[in-house]
Design a protein around this ligand. Structure first.
Ligand code: NDP
Length: 446
């Protein structure tokens, strides 16, 4: 039954969503993990819970016209896929990147359902974005784009309906422009977006949350093998929000981070990455990672981002983008003695790479568990906005650590219960699915 269940589901998904391989990949992984749960529960099968979960509640595609600095009209496409609101308002980031199309948003929105369920907070799953590329645009161009994007999006979101946040290409600057336009249109000050600036409704720790949460999660994975971060050579891909704060927390815990990257190439600094330099280049100057060697001539710069996985390390934290570690990169990591992989990005390992890690006893923390700290802290931002209160850094950070501990426990327990002890991929999928499935059963065919 499990195999035929997976193939039946895949037949529906591929027929209904042709040419969306990332979405198919995400559905297959979850279907393979939860087939044993569905098999044991005739009610889940009869009421077609999984068939319903793979169909978004609502998908919105819209035109985003804006005027560039030369006075030319530009036209981009905007998306919001509201996937599942069984356990709370839709919640998930916005991605601005030229690679964005409906299939990317669907894969991200689908993953978000289970990730959000694992956070222990009441939020449903969604994702959105645009094929707009903020790279090389002036701030006024980014502002005009964000305003036009919100001119349509505002009618579909709200603090109790759908609360977007950032993702690739959407940081505090973009959230500011989006929030300003929303507030102007609806004439109400609510927590409709998360990732806001600290002085206008944002939460302490939100900027750091995904990276810090990733390191808290990997700490538990290492502990289970009797290890700590101390002295572990660590490679982090990307140099954006997730990568920077994963590096910061890993260094605080005693790791030696030796490489980071961007989509052009990667740097290796065997003295240990100087994070202040990376922050200045990426957060302030919005430059390229190659500029790092101007300050640190002993470091090396290599063109091409894929090569980063050939840098020998004990721990790998892929924190750039989907499918960045393929089978051959995974095998190289294993051959070089890597003992743990924690996914900071969404679905950064291909299915073949995941198989190689699991077969070679590499501790593997899948994205929907390991990077859930970002959305969990967004959920804490929503709580603070509703209360009109601001919690201290310490309070939010403590809650984040407790949430990451709880996610780790849920994953290990579910994996154990369903006969795959130590397999956090199966554990995360089952634990997230069960929570959403129970809510959907309780709420009828809706
Ligand atoms: P940022 O835009 O801040 O940074 C992205 C980084 O990844 C940049 O260094 C970028 O390089 C690199 N990158 C992006 N696309 C590619 C590509 N196709 N090939 C190689 N490198 C690439 O994004 P975030 O740090 O916010 O997001 C990174 C990952 O983490 C994404 O998968 C996102 O979905 C996931 N994530 C983010 C969360 C958050 O809170 N921000 C929460 C949970 C998951 P360049 O500058 O050259 O484009």
């Amino acid at each position: 039954m499990p195999n035929s269940f997976v193939e039946d589901i895949m037949a529906i998904v591929t027929a209904r969503n042709p040419l969306e391989p990332e979405f198919h990949q995400a559905v297959r992984e979850v279907a393979e993990s939860v087939a044993c749960v569905i098999e044991k529960s005739p009610e889940l099968r009869k009421l077609k819970i999984f068939e319903r979960i793979i169909e978004p509640e609502r998908q919105i595609i819209f035109r985003v016209p804006w005027i560039d600095d030369n006075g030319e009209v530009q036209v981009n496409r905007g998306f919001r896929v509201q996937f599942n609101s069984a356990i709370g308002p839709f919640k998930g980031g916005l991605r601005f990147h030229p690679s964005v199309y409906l299939g990317i948003i669907k894969f991200l929105g689908f993953e978000q359902i289970f990730k959000n369920a694992l956070t222990t907070t009441p939020i449903g799953g969604a994702k959105g974005g645009s094929d707009f590329d903020p790279k090389g645009k002036s701030s006024t161009e980014v502002m005009r784009f964000c305003q036009s994007f919100m001119n349509e999006l505002y009618r579909h979101i709200g603090p109790d309906t759908d609360v977007p946040a950032g993702d690739i290409g959407v940081g505090t600057r973009e959230i500011g422009y989006l929030f300003g336009q929303y507030r102007k249109i609806v004439n109400t000050y609510t927590g409709v977006l998360t990732g806001k600036g600290l002085e206008w409704g944002g939460s302490q720790v939100r900027t750091q949350a995904t990276g810090y949460g990733l390191v808290y999660f990997v700490t538990r994975m290492l502990e289970a093998r009797g290890k700590t971060w101390h002295g572990l050579r660590t490679v982090v891909s990307g140099s954006g929000n997730v990568a920077i704060y994963a590096t910061e927390k890993a260094q605080e815990c005693g790791a030696k981070v030796v490489a980071v990257s961007d989509s052009s190439g990667y740097i290796v600094d065997n003295d240990g990455i100087q994070l202040d330099t990376v922050k200045r280049i990426k957060e302030i100057e919005r430059g390229r990672i190659r500029e790092y060697i101007n300050d640190h001539p002993r470091a090396e710069y290599h063109e091409g981002w894929r090569g980063i996985w050939s840098v020998p390390c004990d721990v790998a934290l892929p924190s750039a983008t989907e499918n960045e570690i393929d089978g051959s990169a995974a095998q190289t990591l294993v051959n070089n003695g890597c003992i743990a992989v924690g996914e900071g990005a969404n679905m950064p390992s291909t299915p073949e790479a995941v198989r190689i890690f699991l077969d070679n006893n590499v501790a593997f923390g899948p994205a929907k568990a390991a990077n859930a700290g970002g959305v969990a802290t967004s959920s804490l931002e929503m709580c603070q906005n509703s209360q009109r209160l601001n919690w201290t850094f310490q309070e939010v950070d403590t809650r984040l650590q407790l949430i990451m501990d709880s996610i780790y426990e849920q994953c290990t327990q579910a994996a154990e219960e369903y006969g795959s002890p130590g397999n956090l991929v199966v554990g995360a999928n089952i634990a997230g699915f069960q929570k959403v499935a129970r809510a959907m059963l309780a709420q009828g065919v809706a």
